[in-house]
Design a protein around this ligand. Structure first.
Ligand code: NAP
Length: 485
């Protein structure tokens, strides 16, 4: 069995630039902490703007040869990395739990999910297609080719520190793009481990460059404005995404934006209530509630609302809390104290406006950043948590009467990532699915994420899709060649 000290020691702590592991310019480092204890796990290189330029130099220099690398070989590198991730799942899961906090079983689940993106895009690398057509007037032919966008900047969040990386790196590698990736400063270790796995799998120098830094804006903004990078793929909050879109406008970069969510979870009286409760627990508690896809608002039809609230509260109260490395723990710590303060504030606001606490409703004494699984009933629609991502283990329940009302309140948000819907009536299911403003819908199902499916949002939840057959398109340009005949 891997030990905690062993997995931390086994990870590179430097920047990866042009195939070399190097200390940051000026030698600065920053601490990576265990959110369950607050203890320092290790220190990693803290990149400065000059390191950023060196990484972009390396990505730009490697672009042409990488674009000309045979697709089959690009795919085989990903396939070998998939195998390595799978073979080393226990060790990598422990690493993830240590820096991010989620229980080991969930970390293992994320390693498998992350690895699947590599397997999927290994298969997609050899399926990049084109076209040949006759012009409508019969004179001339159209050739259509797909080519790599070019050097790409990738920015990932802390909540899925491995999968949000493979979901971008996989299609970039498959499409023939080089990249510079900047993981979240709270969870850099998974990305560093992943970069070494890819290098060992045969990825040529400079194709993937990794910058860990506490100065995200200072390092990345000059690269976005530089002009050599042709693409930014970002996963994170809508607030930061908006700012990055403005920066991308200057050089008109292609963008993929996977941003925040505010998922409604609708339960109709005709639903299978046991299944709805199972789905509700998954949609709420996956990743301790720290998921963009987390059910943020539960709307339950009046006839079953009381029973749903009571049974959800029983289940939530029974969830064991603790450090994610301990056996049987289901609820790990939140990422930091600011997250606990935010959740505490949102719950306080809801109860001041009349919400009832069915279970939980408070943080757990430190050390670590724990919050009790919480169910609130009678949450008014003007509560702040109806508009803001909770990002914690809190399930606010409100009652609705009619289908129209349910759809209206579900859509009453600037976000549109995912919606969940439980009903036993097929016609209602299709009607509501068509009317919900979301990029993804869980129909009688509490988890939607799947590497083979197109993941992404509408409205202010994002632009573009990751995964599925469209995922690689985000890293490809279409070139049309008009042929005289
Ligand atoms: P965040 O604060 O937006 O940070 C995301 C990433 O952006 C981190 O790497 C962060 O670096 C970096 N960053 C922050 N400010 C930046 C700037 N000015 N310039 C360049 N990079 C910058 O989000 P988060 O708190 O890590 O993640 C949670 C959010 O991500 C939630 O809103 C969640 O819904 C969203 N999310 C969306 C999806 C999706 O697929 N739609 C998936 C997962 C998460 P630092 O770590 O250094 O701050």
């Amino acid at each position: 069995m891997p030990t905690e000290a062993g997995v931390i020691d086994g990870v590179p702590k430097d920047l990866l630039i042009g195939g070399e592991w190097a200390a940051a310019d000026g030698g600065k480092t920053f601490a990576v902490r265990d959110p369950a204890t607050g203890d320092e796990l290790c220190r990693v290189a803290d990149a400065a703007p000059d390191d950023g330029f060196a990484a972009l130099d390396a990505a730009a220099a490697a672009q042409d040869s990488w674009a000309n690398h045979p697709p089959r070989e690009r795919g085989e590198i990903l396939r070998r990395a998939y195998q390595e991730l799978t073979d080393r799942a226990d060790e990598l899961a422990l690493l993830m739990t240590l820096e991010m906090g989620k229980p080991l079983a969930e970390s293992r689940g994320e390693i498998a999910y992350a690895a699947e993106f590599f397997r999927w895009f290994a298969e997609e690398a050899v399926r990049i297609d084109g076209g040949y057509a006759t012009a409508p007037n019969g004179s001339g032919r159209f050739l259509v080719a797909k080519q790599p966008v070019g050097p790409s900047l990738l920015i990932t969040p802390w909540n899925f520190p491995m999968a949000m990386g493979t979901r971008k790196i996989g299609p970039a590698i498959a499409a023939g793009c080089t990249s510079v990736i900047k993981p979240a400063s709270q969870t850099p270790l998974c990305m560093l481990a992943l970069a070494r796995i890819l290098a060992d799998a045969g990825l040529p120098d400079g194709v993937l460059n990794v910058l860990t830094t506490t100065d995200s804006g200072g390092v990345m903004e000059p690269l976005i404005r530089d002009g050599r990078a042709r693409k930014l793929s970002f996963t994170g909050s809508t607030a930061v995404g908006r700012r990055l879109l403005e920066q991308c406008a200057e050089k008109v970069l292609r963008t993929s934006m996977e941003l925040g969510g505010n998922a409604p979870f609708l339960v109709f009286e005709d639903a299978d209530l046991d299944a709805a409760l199972d789905g509700a627990m998954q949609a709420k508690m996956r990743n301790i509630g720290e998921a963009c896809t987390a059910a943020n608002r539960f709307y339950v039809q009046r006839g079953v609302a009381e029973e749903f609230g009571r049974r959800m509260a029983e289940r939530m109260a029974a969830q064991p809390i603790g450090r994610g490395t301990e056996d049987g723990v289901v609820v790990g710590p939140l990422i930091d104290e600011a997250a606990v303060t935010k959740v505490t504030g949102l719950v306080g606001d809801a109860t001041e406006r009349g919400a009832r606490v069915l279970t939980g409703g408070a943080a757990v004494e430190g050390p670590g950043h724990f919050y009790r699984p919480t169910v609130l009933a009678d949450v008014p629609t003007d509560a702040r948590m109806a508009d803001e991502e909770i990002f914690g283990p809190v399930a606010p329940i409100s009652v609705f009467d009619t289908e129209d009302e349910a759809v209206r309140i579900a859509n009453d948000t600037e976000y549109g990532l995912v919606s969940y819907l439980y009903t036993g009536d097929l016609k209602r299911a299709l009607r509501v699915c068509e009317n919900l403003e979301a990029g993804m819908i869980g129909l009688n199902q509490g988890i939607v994420s799947n590497p083979a499916a197109p993941f992404g949002g509408v409205k202010q939840s994002g632009l573009g899709r990751e995964g599925g057959t469209v995922g690689i398109e985000e890293f490809l340009e279409t070139k049309y060649i008009a042929v005289a005949t």
